[in-house]
Design a protein around this ligand. Structure first.
Ligand SMILES: Nc1ncnc2c1ncn2[C@@H]1O[C@H](COP(=O)(O)OP(=O)(O)OP(=O)(O)O)[C@@H](O)[C@H]1O
Length: 223
């Protein structure tokens, strides 16, 4: 597995949280009046003890949850008043996600997992597959693309998850524990890929318990 460049965002966007608060159902607030700005070309680590709300915050930043108060601004535009459909469209256009433990769809082939965000966005199927294959190739995933996620290693799954997150060349890349449970070689590979993406103009936000990964980021925000 060699260190290789991994593309660049199609465009640059800023991301900001303004006084964001959130609670699940009627429980205690998990996030209270939290604000931060994320600029293109930067890689930020969100750190803190287990259960503090790091993943929740990532879902709020990625428009998968709606704040109870406050707002998330994507490229300066408040997202709070957008309809669900427009939020979904903005999410598909602006964000790539690497979920905790890769979270691949076990029922679909590897290439279908990778191309899914591009197809959801309405991209041409053949072009999406070409981009997906190029990413898998760049990330050294040398597997039959019709294989299913149940038949691969954790390190391969994480590189496939990264390919899926990058297939739309998103301006903003959000990653939840992208190096959890990986061997040192794959960890280094993933960290370099994330850093390269930030250097190429992406906003990269990473939730992590890894002190080593946080140290490789441009800044660390502790929750
Ligand atoms: N869907 C949910 N419904 C209700 N409570 C939830 C839900 N998801 C998470 N929580 C609770 O919200 C709190 C914050 O969870 P979250 O996963 O955001 O924390 P975290 O800092 O990412 O934790 P970890 O480092 O262990 O992954 C926890 O107490 C968790 O139990």
């Amino acid at each position: 597995m060699s260190r290789v460049p991994n593309g660049a965002p199609k465009s640059c966007m800023t991301l900001a949280a303004r006084d964001v608060s959130f609670a699940y159902q009627r429980r205690e607030p998990i996030v209270s009046q939290w604000s931060a700005e994320f600029v293109p070309g930067s890689m930020t680590a969100l750190t803190g003890p287990s259960g503090r709300g790091k993943s929740t915050l990532l879902y709020l930043l990625g428009l998968m949850l709606r704040p109870a108060s406050g707002d998330v601004l994507v490229d300066g535009e408040p997202s709070g008043r957008l309809s669900d459909a427009r939020r979904a469209a903005l999410r598909a256009r602006a964000f790539g996600f690497v979920f905790q433990d890769a979270a691949l769809d076990q029922t679909r082939t590897l290439i279908d997992n990778v191309t899914e965000p591009a197809l959801y966005r309405g991209d041409d199927r053949i072009r999406a597959a070409q981009r997906g294959r190029a990413l898998l190739d760049r990330f050294g995933v040398d597997l039959p693309s019709d294989r299913k996620p149940g038949q691969i290693s954790g390190g391969q799954a994480q590189r496939i998850a990264l390919s899926r997150a990058l297939v739309t060349e998103p301006p903003i890349l959000l990653a939840d524990e992208p190096t959890g449970n990986l061997d040192p070689v794959t960890t280094e590979f993933v960290v370099c890929a994330l850093r390269d993406y930030a250097r190429a103009g992406g906003v990269v936000v990473v939730v992590t318990h890894s002190i080593a990964l946080a140290a490789r980021c441009d800044r660390e925000l502790q929750l």
